[in-house]
Structure formats: C-alpha cells, structure tokens
Design a protein. Sequence first.
Lengths: 599, 312
Amino acid sequence: MKENSPEIQSILEEYQQRKLSRRQFLKKVGAAGVGATAAAALLASCGSDEPAATTAAPATTAAPATTAAPATTAAPATTAAPETAMGPSRGGTLREGYNRDVSKHDPITTNWYDPAFFAIYEAIVTVSPDGDFVPQYCTDFSVSGDGLEYRFTVEDRQSHSGNAITAADVAEFYRIQKFSFIASLASPISHYEVDGNQVVAKMNNAWVGTLGPLATGYWRIANINTWKDVGGYDDETGLAGESVVASVYGTEVVDATGPFKHTEWVPGSHSYVERWDDYPGSNVPYFENKGTAHLDAIRWTVITEAGQRATQLENGDIDTLLNPAHQDLARLQENPDLTVYQHAEWSGYFMFMNREHFPELFGDVETRRGLSHAVDREGMAQALLFGNGAATYGPFPTTDRYYDPAVEQHNNYDVAEANRLLDAAGWSMGSDGVRERDGVPLQFEFMVENESLQTAIATAAAAQFSQVGAQADVNVVDRAVWFERAGGPEVPAGLFMWLWPIPIDVLTLFCASYTVPSPNWSHANEPRIDQAIADWQSAGTEEAAAKAQSDFQLAWAETLPNMSFINQNSTFVKNNRVHGWSPHVWLLYPYYNDTWIEA
Amino acid sequence: MTASTPESYLSEWDRRLLEFEESRHISVFRRGMRNLVRNRLLLSGVILGLLVVGAGVLGPVIAGGDYELINFSNIHAAPFSEDALLGTDHLGRDTATRLFVAIRVSLAVAVGVTGLALVAGLAIGTVAGFRGGWTDRSLSGVMDFIWGFPLILVAVLFAGGLGEGLLSVILAVGLVNMAAIARVVRGEVLSLSEREFIEAARAGGLSNWRIIRKHLLPNILAPALVLASYYVAVAIIAEAALSFIGLGAQPPLPSLGQMVAEGRNFLQLNHWETTVPGLALVAMVLSVSLIGDGLRDVFDPRLRHEAKGLES
C-alpha cells in the first residue's frame, strides 16, 4: 500500500484506536478528498479490532475481472477455537437452527433461498473466501475479450435421481429460469447456447456483473427434465401455468447435483437432507473434501423466536445457528464451547411507500424526505442491533465497497428539518397531533412481518413519525400475507428486509419502473434510478460500475423510492464439536462439503 | 363474643340458626358487605381489584407520559432506575406508562366482552330453555357448535377475516363466552321451568315475557353474574394470550400479553420487561377470581350455609 498523507494517516490512527466509528471515518476521509472506493480500501486495510479486513483478492485466472463479488471491510471475524488436529470423521446429523421459515427447494419458483440450497444444489460458479469466482458445477469458465460471451465447461453428470444432466440441460434450465421473477437481475445475459460440452452465455452487452447472479441460489442448477416432468411446464404460460403453480417440485421432489439429497420439507418446522452417496465430488478448489459429504444428514430447524435460538444452541438442541438474536451475541461470544462468526451482511431494512395508490400521502418527495428526517437510524442501530450493524441513509450497507458516503448528506436525523419539510409540503398540524393536507390526515397503515426485530423496527419508526405529526399504524401480519398484500391498492406502506450477496442487483428490483407493482411495491418511477440501473447493467468496466452504483445510491437517497433504515451484520455460531463449517462474507450461507462432527 | 353476653348461653347450633334467621331479613347489599368484611379472600380480591382498576383508570392520567415515546439512550432499564419507575423496554419506552395503558386495555376488553356475552348469553339461554322444542334444539345446537371450537381457532378465523387487532379478540372471546353463558343459563332455566312457582305463574295466565322478566331472570341473574365474573378472568387471559401471539392489540398500543411477548426475547438481559406485565396479569386474574368466589358465596345460599356448617 502506498503511503498515505499525514491527514489520512491521522484519521486512520483514530479509527484504529476506535475513536471514530466506521461512518465517521468514511465522512472524514471523504471530506479529505478520498473517493468512496479508495475510502473503502483504506478501511479494509485497517480493520484492527473491527471485523478483520480483507480486500478483494485478484480474480482467478479463469475468471474475468469483475465487480460481482463485492469487496468489504468485514471478512469473517471469529471468536474461534482452534480447529482440532484430528481428521474428519464420517457420520452424524448436523442440526442447524435457522431464523426464518424454510422456503421450498426450487430455485426457479421460490421467493427466498435457504441454506439447504447450498447442500442440495450447485451453482455454475461460486465465490471463494477471497472473493473470487471459482468453478462449482462447471470445471472451468472463461470470458471473451469483448465481454460478450461467457463459456462454462460442464461434464455430463448424474443428478440425485440417477438421470443424466448434459450441457444442453443446463442451458435449458437457464432458459426457463429467465421466466422467474428474479431474472431481471441478469438481464444483460441475452440467452444461453450449447457448444459441445460448454454452456455459452451470450450477452446483450459486456457487463462486469455477469457472474454475480449465477452464483446465487436462484441460479443453482436443477435437473430441468425432472423439474418439467413434475411441473408440466410449457412455454406458453411460462411459470404462471396451473401445472407449474401446483408443481410438487421443491416440496416433494427435488433433483440436483449437490452432496445432499432433499428428504423432507415441512414449512414452519424443518427441512432435512441426506448424504448423496453417489456424489462425484466437487470442483470447488477451496473445498478440502473432494468426495462425498462427511455428514449423514443435515436438519434445519426453524426457530423464528429470537430469544430461543441462542438458548437452543447453548442447551445442545442444535449444533450450528444462523443469526442469533443480537441481544444474545455477547453471551454466546463468552461461551468457550462455541465459535461465533460475524461479518458484514448484504442486507437492509427499508420502508416502501405506495405512491400509485396513495399519492396524497407519498406522491411528493418533500413528504417522503420529511418523514425520513424524523428517523434516528443511529439510535435504531444501537438499540435494536446492539451495535451489530449500522444506520443506512441510502440503499447500500456501509460495508459494501461501492458504498458512497455521500448518501449520508441525506436523511439525517433532524426533527426540525422534518417538520420544515412537512410544513413546506403543505401538511399542517391537526388538533389531535396528526398533520393534515387538503383534509387528508398524514396517517397510514405500516405493514410488517410477524418477526420480533422487524416489528421492533417498524414500531420504532412509527413512534418517530408520530413526533412530527405522522401516524403510522403498525399492522403485524404473517409473511405470506405480507407478500400477498404488498404493492396492492390497500397497503400504503410496509417494512421489508432484503438479503442478497450483491446489493445493487437485488435493490434494482425494489425501485425500477419495470418491476411495478412487485417487488417495486412503492410503484416508484424515477428516471434517475432507471438510468442508474441501466448504467449498471451496461457497465463494462470497473469505473463505469462504480459510477453507476454511486449514481444509484444518490438517486435513492434523494428521491426515496423506499426509505432505508438500518443494516445488520451477519452472525453464525457453531458448537466447537462441528468442524469444516466456515461461513464467509461473500456467500449468504456456508457450504457443507467439509463439515463434520466430532464423534 | 364474651361469656357475659346472652349469646354465650346459646348453643353453637342456636347461634348459627339465629344468624341464618337474621340473614334472611337483611338486604343483599348488607349481606354482601358483611360477607365482604368476613371473607378475607373476597376482601383481598376487592382490594386487589380496586388497585388494578385504579391503575388502569387513573394510572395513565397520573403517569402522564406517552406510551409510544421511545428513548434509544435508555433501553432495557431495570425498575427504580432513573426516570423509570418500572424500567424501560427494548425501545426505551417507559414500562410503567405502558403497563397502566395495558391494564386499561385489558380491563376494557374483559369487561366489555363479558358484558356483551352476558347479555347475549342470558337472552339466548333463557329463550332456549323456556321455549323448548325446536327453538331450544336449534339455539342449543348453535351454542354447542360454537362452544366446540377452541378459542384460539375462533380468534384466528376472525383475525383472518377482519385482520389482527382488538376487534377480532373482542368478537372471538365474546362469541365463545356467550356460548358458555348461554349453555349454563339454559340449564338453569330448564330446571326453574319445572318449579311450582313457574307452573303457578303459567296457570295464573301470565304472559311468557312476564314470567321470564318477573320470575326467571331474577333467579338466574345471580348464577349468571357469578359465571360472568369467571369469564372476566377468562377474557383477560384470552386477550393476553391472543396479544402474545400477535392476534390482539397491535403495536404500539400496549397490552399485557404483547408486553410479555416483547420482553421474552430479553429475558436474560432484563427479565423485568416480562415480569412486570406478567405480575400485573396475575394480579388482575387473581382479583377477579377472588371476587368471583366471593360473589358465589354471597349469591349461593347453599354454599353459604355449607360454610357455616348448617348443611353437611
């Protein structure tokens, strides 16, 4: 690293001595003329007692230099006990606690992908702990010089059912995947072709983000022949046909190539997979175990009660845990029998504001900004996340390498400014403490999922809105009801948590004009945002990608298609009897190929 | 009583007989007051109930705070900490202020629900028991059908149709309690209908309405009120339980069940967030139960006499 200026060096030292928060650090170096990317790199170079820092390692020789794996300041920070010197032992069932309900195991039609996808399925490529794209299903991959063609070499494989999967089947899987609601994330990919034993992704334009979506759960490869057999797919109806909607794929039948086979899926309770003994071995270079899995089985237990997760781990009811409640973290870290992994999470909580059906409430930006200034995000992060996260003034988590601190100029907690903006927007305070404009009270339903942290965030936001004369009536509903109602004519506002390894990709879904009404539940139609999305999806260089993402963040922060609140860190905990279970910052969930349990 | 009083010459049997004779000539109110003073459990229940009602009615006025007001710099405070008599919750909201409002919500729901259930249950049970025949069969069938549903299921059905909130709770609890009261009232009416004074009234040509109003209702009102007191307790618990699982009061409006639910995630950090509303719930239910038992003593002469050893 080249030597920094004395001013920067001084700021760095203050940060390392914990005199500055990450946000203050970014502000200061920003004021000193350091750009967002460089600031993130500086931050990454001085992790000290913040989560240990890494910068993105060079891409593998096979991989193109891409932005798809976001570099971060937060590589796994663990309170780890040293791994034992004994070798892996075979057998046993890993009992993992999961903080959400289980989603159906179908990459094409699911609304959410779970840890089980990382055991059952393989993606064409995945991301290493260093942030590089590496082969998983494919044995090799390359990109053409003009960036318009990605080639993935795949061998003929057998799936769990014993049926064959060829390169043509993989291409067909991807073709049908383009019908899914999530497909727009990879819209620069025009189509897929087959060339011998290679699957060829043909691009509309060169795009640095190509491999990102392909490494996620929604693009994990199923045996498309089985998928069609069970679902009765036809090209005319896409995924909307009754046969696909009624398909038992992902619930009763799953056919893929990962090291574990789907066995049981019980919503609200658990999902269960068993080792596939015919697994041919993995192509992932950083996996130590190249053969069949060590574990006999894995069971994910749904534990949506925040307070129960840590207790179940401490009691020995489960072996590993995804996302304990923030308030239990300190206790878990002190437990010598446990190892806690903490790192940045590519997620965030935001409030959508339905402008289409409630233009009298959210149609003007002054009102949206007025409400936004009423929210103390720093206080929320401290109180609700116990410091295990950060305030977000724009769409991105502050730890993303493309995070632009300039968003922090907007949406700061400032009650006087909030009142000024609402006054300017024509909202006058009513006698009951609720503002009115043209006879319409500034009062709205605020829909939130029945989950303790989300309810707390919504309640906190509503309480803060009330301080400036806006009444948000929190309505707690089940997850399914939330998705059914969001974006509809009856719901003016709702809280949502997004989770995705590449923020820019998924965030486009919630604000692009072409995703109205779902998942652009706000019905936002902002030309600046659409332009930034188009710029991102046509970014052929790192510089263009950085600029597009910066534009996107600023447009979001200024026009507020949605109102961002906070972003939590990701936390994984394991009993020290479990080995080879190593979540890392680039993936939402750990792999299980190397995992084994001490006898 | 001392040895110099005339009563000392009476046998224990005579003394109790005298009390019984006296009791026949005093008003229900006076008898109630006397029982209130003599029955320590009833007295405890009344005192506890007055405290709870006082907290619910006057607490929010005295505390004066905003139950919705958050304070991120003072979260999870224990009772008797600075500026927070009963501590604060995970959003820094004052537990005392919220508790008083929650008690008021619980009381309003419980009394309101039971009042409605009592009126409807009395009407349906009386008509069914008195008219008999197909009226009885159809009304009893409906009541049995409703009674057969678990309260939670009824609440879920209402929540599904009307949305989560207190209205769903009121309707669900009210409906189930109404069925319970109607069934008991019907049984009482059936029994009373066979009694001589009802037969005499019929023979005297009194209208059905007059018989019901003048002869049946006065006789079933007492057991119905005793039953209602029990169902006030049931309604308090049901409202708390439904709010605990998210079907009842919606945030930020506090209810005891919701406060317990929110606090349970922080048990190891600050158990008071659960303990305080839990204790309030216990106090409310206990007071209503004690009062219910006391009312039963007042209104049920058989029990009163059993207690005095006249009948055994």
